[in-house]
Write a protein that binds this ligand. Structure first.
Ligand code: WTA
Length: 693
């Protein structure tokens, strides 16, 4: 047998057919049906999207045109002049269609006994009251309301209350610290911020409102702060005439109160959500009401095969796009039951997820590779204690899933039977773009499989160099580009048209910023970001943003941030720093730099390592070659690239020398390369003394 055949067979072995059980009643059943739908959607997108929008969404008024496209400006407006309201679609229509007493939202708090459940009727009541409460704070259609909140029902209620009024919510992940929160509030010019006293995190309580107070001094747009009493933080400072307790305000509105939904244009913004841009500044991604909601409902129904009696659980924080689309808008617009969990997978024990699956008889579980990897490490004993037989579809999102984690998820959690939908997408996309259908696609572990209907995804070479589309040739890797617009595509970037245009600059089509490879069977394999974003535990971070924080330190001359592979997190952050002339390399500075990142961005951006270097690898013109730094951070020393192009090729050896010491936990040994190497690590103080002498 030739080597080639063996390889093919091995690849073949690692593919899985969709389960037979459940196939006959699935929304999309079998490869042929999936293929036919995809073909139809590409051939006549207007007809396809009009049909989906009609099936899934309640419109007050139908559209004049399915799509108005201005290709020169890359402006795409879906369902023009149509009218709808997202809150109506997620609540009201289910009340009159027989789902009044169905659980819309099940909330499991970090404490086992903390459970809250809202039927569609109950959700309606709370959302109406909060819409009134916000109106009493002068929130109107088009105003921005920032949500800096833990994973509590009030977050979902706030989102839907904003949607009801037509106000634009802008969620800020509760793990962000000062700088991240400030820039988002300032950029959105939010009128009201909704927050909580604190967040529960693995048994401890972290303040939230107290974080906000110093930030708000520099946010003049904010007139009111609504505070949910949640974690029992004592002595919360409330600023007079600005801060109001949620319970005090909402209580003023009676339970029988109705709040009529604003009639929104399909292209009125529904929400704003910032994501890491390719510069230091986060990009405010603006999503539409009609196109976004259609796309959220459409993908939720087909990729999860969502049915009326399912309990569906998306584990993502609602502060991220995944929580918006697949925790709130997708499932609720379909009238499904969505589960929300406040805690972390490993607290108090690493059985927490499996316990929740058994407790609420979860049917669909959508989570992230980083979670799967960390739970896999804890051993099979934990899931084996629970009855996971209600599960029928598993999902993964946020980063490429490695085949080992895929197999474990499939075998141990999915009893060797359940399909895994590996969904590839991003904040800008509104919903999944490449994903299998659970009962239609043959799966290959590690591949997100095929583009969804209407998604014209191709892999392109470097347009600047060869300008050619290499999508269907060979199996070459390249840039993952989407050629046709889809309803979930962002409306624009808030206050930053240039940034919006930058997505289309290189190829004339939407550039996802990811790399991908298409194999001989047409399966897409996502290779990760090709821009300066890093994906740490599924959290998208911008290296430029982290570098900007480091550069502000008085001792830092230059900083370069790159990614390094990490067993659990997928990618981790590795930092190279050149200090100013004459400044000693000390642990104190290293600590100060770490603290600055934690304070300005948040703990999620904490670097794994900080390495001091004398020089960065630079071109003759002074540009830092981050590609080489990334290789070294990833322990790849022999394939650095052509070092003769460097102004000082010898810096590579210096940096490798330092790197080896840093990862062995001996940063003090990574001293200037030309110093004689010390035999043993000496305490910092001793080394300093010697130097002075
Ligand atoms: C990465 C999260 C591989 C990708 C929805 C993308 C993935 C970035 C996958 C977007 C996946 C997301 N396989 N990579 N299934 N899903 N990514 O904006 O690099 O927070 O560009 O949206 O995550 O991250 P964002």
């Amino acid at each position: 047998m030739t080597q080639e055949r063996i390889t093919t067979l091995l690849t073949e072995n690692r593919s899985y057919l969709p389960p037979e059980h459940g196939k006959s009643s699935a929304w999309i059943s079998g490869t042929e049906e999936a293929r036919a739908i995809c073909q139809r959607a590409l051939e006549d997108p207007d007809d396809f999207w009009a049909a989906r929008a009609t099936q899934l969404i309640h419109w007050y008024k139908r559209w004049d045109k399915v799509l108005e496209a201005d290709d020169a400006k890359h402006k795409y407006r879906w369902f023009t002049n149509a009218k709808l309201n997202a809150s109506y679609n997620c609540i009201d229509r289910h009340i009159i269609s027989g789902r009044r007493n169905k659980a819309a939202l099940i909330w499991q708090g970090e404490k086992e006994m903390d459970v809250r459940c809202f039927t569609y009727q109950m959700l309606y009541t709370e959302v109406c009251r909060v819409a009134h409460a916000l109106t009493s704070l002068h929130v109107k259609k088009g105003d921005r309301v920032a949500l800096y909140m833990p994973m509590i029902p009030e977050l979902v209620i706030s989102m839907l209350a904003c949607a009801r009024i037509g106000a634009i919510h802008t969620a800020i992940f509760s793990g962000y610290a000062e700088g991240g929160v400030r820039s988002r509030i300032q950029d959105s010019k939010a009128k009201v911020v909704i927050t909580a006293d604190g967040v529960r995190r693995a048994g401890s309580i972290k303040p939230l409102k107290a974080n906000l107070d110093p930030i708000l001094e520099k946010c003049p747009s904010v007139a009111y702060v609504l505070v949910v009493q949640h974690a029992g933080v004592e002595n919360v400072t409330m600023v007079k005439n600005r801060d109001i307790w949620w319970h005090d305000l909402v209580e003023d509105f009676t339970l029988d109160v109705d709040f009529p939904c604003a009639s929104m244009d399909a292209n009125d913004p529904l929400f704003l959500l910032h994501t890491s841009g390719s510069t230091g500044k986060p990009a405010g991604i603006l999503h539409s009401t009609g196109g976004y909601l259609t796309y959220a409902a459409h993908t939720s129904q087909w990729i999860f095969d969502m049915r009326d009696d399912d309990v569906y659980w998306c584990t993502a924080d609602m502060g991220w796009i995944t929580g918006h689309t697949y925790g709130v808008y997708g499932p609720l617009s379909l009238g499904a039951t969505t589960l929300m969990f406040e805690g972390v997978p490993t607290y108090p024990k690493p059985d927490r997820y499996w316990r929740i699956v058994e407790k609420f008889r979860v049917n669909i579980l959508y989570t992230a590779p980083t979670v799967i990897r960390s739970l896999m490490r804890m051993g099979d004993d934990w899931p084996e204690r629970y009855d996971l037989r209600t599960l029928r579809v598993l999902g993964s999102v946020g980063e490429p899933i490695n085949p080992e984690a895929w197999e474990w998820f499939h075998n141990v959690i999915g009893a060797g039977e359940l399909p895994i939908v590996d969904t590839w997408w991003q904040t800008e996309a509104g919903g999944a773009m490449i994903s299998p259908f659970p009962y239609a696609s043959k799966l290959k572990p590690g591949s997100a499989s095929f583009p969804l209907p209407g998604i014209d995804a191709v892999v392109m070479g470097d347009a600047k160099k060869d300008g050619e589309d290499v999508s269907h040739e060979n199996t070459k890797a390249g840039h993952l580009v989407i050629r046709k617009p889809w309803p979930g595509l962002m409306l624009g970037v808030y206050n930053d048209e240039e940034k919006y245009q930058s997505y289309f600059k290189r190829f004339g089509y939407f550039d996802s910023g990811d790399g991908a490879e298409i194999d001989e069977d047409g399966y897409f394999w996502i290779l990760g970001r090709m821009d300066d974003n890093i994906n740490v535990s599924g959290h998208r971070l911008s290296t430029a943003e982290i570098e900007a924080v480091l550069s502000k330190n008085q001792y830092v001359s230059e900083a370069a941030v790159v990614s390094m592979p990490h067993e659990i997190k997928g990618e981790a952050i590795y930092v190279y720093v050149v200090l100013k002339d004459g400044v000693e390399w000390t642990d104190d500075i290293r600590k100060a730099l770490k603290d600055a990142i934690r304070k300005n961005i948040g703990a999620l951006a904490s670097p794994e390592y900080i390495q001091f270097v004398d020089n960065m690898p630079k071109t003759q013109s002074g540009k830092i070659i981050r590609r080489m730094l990334r290789k070294i951070a990833g322990n790849v020393y022999d394939d650095i690239g052509d070092t003769t192009t460097l102004a000082k090729p010898e810096v590579i050896d210096e940096i490798i020398h330092g790197h080896k010491n840093v990862i062995e936990g001996k940063p003090e040994m990574a001293k200037r390369y030309d110093e004689p190497e010390q035999e043993e690590a000496k305490p910092e103080a001793e080394a300093k003394e010697e130097k002075k002498a």
